[in-house]
Design a protein around this ligand. Structure first.
Ligand code: DMJ
Length: 519
């Protein structure tokens, strides 16, 4: 058979060589056109008509108190400043360098210009009523956002920022283009799940589908917060396409995790996708772990509280976290440390501060009716994180802060003193505000707004700062896309009425993109 195939191929080659150069080129072109047509057919396969979930609370949320209105307008003005400068100097690039006034990108977005800031900012623009800007973004996405690129991207980042951003823009505006793009992109991520265990690779090449893991991760592992932060978006993708493939992928991950032994009931941050074994026994509610816990809770909320399996996993996880990682400092500040090979590191990251909001959000429905306890825990974390801001010169929080000896909520290492426009502390203020209406959360949110405007604003946008303890900080010259997606959105919501995106009907993904509850 091999010989016969070989001879047939030789015959064909001989035939081809008899043709003129032009004829051969024309044939190649015809073949190419056929492939393009096929691809188009595949892409334009219409999505099924599904009933839209209950989209309640897409309104202006305008507060009646003139002082609150003024603060909210200020936040909207900051959004406009961030957007206009990106529009002028970084349009189409992933992010903006506000001082160099040019585009910026990092390896999480691969090597192509995917307009990360546009996609991440869309729903914030919409909520703030910046409709011209929203339309500009939509037009760019329609004409330019193309996923057939030879580029290796982070599966997690693309999921939370792009798929989450596109889905939220679709639900808010009803514009089909966002749904279509989200589904096209999701198809490009699926090859990342082709591993011996079904635990996806951290990165995938959008064109070839080849996946691999970060070189720095323990023993070739995938990261808990990455493969564990796909559920919300993937459930919506299955809902909108009628194709269970997305749902099956994330449920497979869940089932696999359920079967595994957990040291002290804690989930390690690292899991090897080839062997299915844990890597180093490090556990964190901050970087590398954070949104895995968040998505267990939100899976339950997004299912209209039907997904009790997810709720149970969340309850078990936070019980172990409370037992092993949460402590009170000598000065009475509650903090969440990190577990490293059998000992507790008394250090908390800015990223970990999101947990205050998570505890409050999960209070209702908690095991043994400990709602009061978890709301209190949320308030204590909010207080600690506020202290981490208040104890700096710029009144902006450091990346990580310690609780050791006499040190309380202060960064020690020089490389942990930066603030890169992160949202987590403000996110927690907003959730605490929604659940308690204690005015201190608006006050703390306003302090942060003023500090960002004073120390991070430059004429070309907003920049992170390298040292929050220095009175003359230097800039890192990056306007992160999550500043527009999350930080400014949470601030705006903090000064809006609660009937704008009520939490009974919307669940925010980990990049602050609201997705409706699927009743
Ligand atoms: C965001 O991209 C997301 O919130 C993610 O879950 C972790 N943190 C960054 C912003 O700090």
């Amino acid at each position: 058979k091999i010989r016969a195939d070989h001879e047939k191929a030789l015959e064909e080659a001989k035939e081809k060589l008899k043709k003129s150069r032009d004829e051969i080129q024309a044939e190649i072109q015809t073949e190419k056109n056929k492939v393009v047509q096929e691809l188009k057919k595949k892409d334009s396969k219409p999505l099924p008509l599904v009933p839209l979930p209950n989209l309640i609370g897409i309104n202006s949320g305008e507060p009646s108190d003139p002082d609150i209105r003024e603060k909210r307008n200020k936040i909207k003005e900051m959004m406009k400043h961030a957007w206009d400068n990106y529009r002028q100097y970084g349009w189409g690039h992933n992010e903006l360098k506000p001082i160099a006034r040019k585009g910026h990108s990092t390896n999480i977005f691969g090597n192509s210009q995917m307009g990360a800031t546009i996609v991440d900012a869309l729903d914030t623009l919409y909520i703030m009523g910046l409709h011209d800007e929203f339309r500009e973004g939509q037009e760019w996405i329609d004409k330019n956002l193309d996923f057939s690129v030879n580029s290796e991207v982070s599966v997690f980042e693309v999921n939370i920022r792009f798929i989450g951003g596109l889905l939220a823009a679709y639900y808010l505006s009803g514009q089909e283009v966002f749904k279509i793009k989200a589904v096209q992109l999701a198809g490009k991520l699926l090859p990342a799940f082709n591993t011996p265990t079904g635990i996806p690779w951290a990165m995938v090449n959008l064109k070839s589908g080849v996946g691999r893991n970060w070189g720095w991760a323990s023993a070739g592992s995938s990261i808990l917060a990455e493969f564990g932060t796909l559920h919300m978006e993937f459930v919506h993708l299955s809902y909108l396409t009628g194709d269970p493939v997305y749902y099956n992928k994330v449920m497979h991950i869940r089932k696999l995790l359920q079967k595994m032994d957990r040291p002290n009931g804690l989930y390690p941050n690292y899991l090897n996708p080839r062997t299915g074994r844990w890597g180093q026994h490090h556990t964190s509610v901050g970087g590398l772990g954070d949104s895995f816990y968040e998505y267990l809770l939100k899976a339950w909320l997004m299912s209209d509280k039907m997904d009790t399996e997810a709720r149970k996993m969340y309850d078990d996880a936070i019980e172990a976290i409370e037992k092993h990682l949460i402590r009170k400092s000598n000065g009475g500040l509650t903090f969440i440390g990190e577990w490293k090979n059998g000992h507790l590191e008394r250090k908390m990251g800015h990223l970990t501060c999101f947990a205050g909001g998570m505890f409050a959000l999960g209070a209702d429905g908690s095991r043994d009716d400990k709602a009061g306890h978890y709301l209190q825990l949320g308030a204590e974390i909010a207080h600690t994180c506020h202290e981490s801001y208040d104890r700096t010169t710029l009144k902006l929080g450091p990346e990580a802060f310690k609780f050791d000896g006499g040190i309380e909520a202060v960064a020690v290492r020089q490389n942990e003193k930066y603030y890169i426009l992160r949202p987590e502390v403000i996110e927690t203020y907003w959730y605490m505000w929604r659940f308690t209406h204690d005015p201190k959360y608006r006050q703390w949110g306003w302090e942060a707004t003023q500090a960002i405007d004073k120390y991070c604003r430059v004429s070309g946008g907003f920049s992170g700062v390298k040292d929050v303890y220095s009175s003359s900080p230097t800039y890192d010259d990056v306007q992160q896309s999550f500043f527009l997606a999350e930080t400014l959105k949470y601030l705006y919501l903090l000064f809006s009425n609660d009937d704008l995106l009520p939490l009974d009907n919307w669940v925010f993904n980990t990049e602050a993109h609201p997705l409706p509850v699927l009743h």
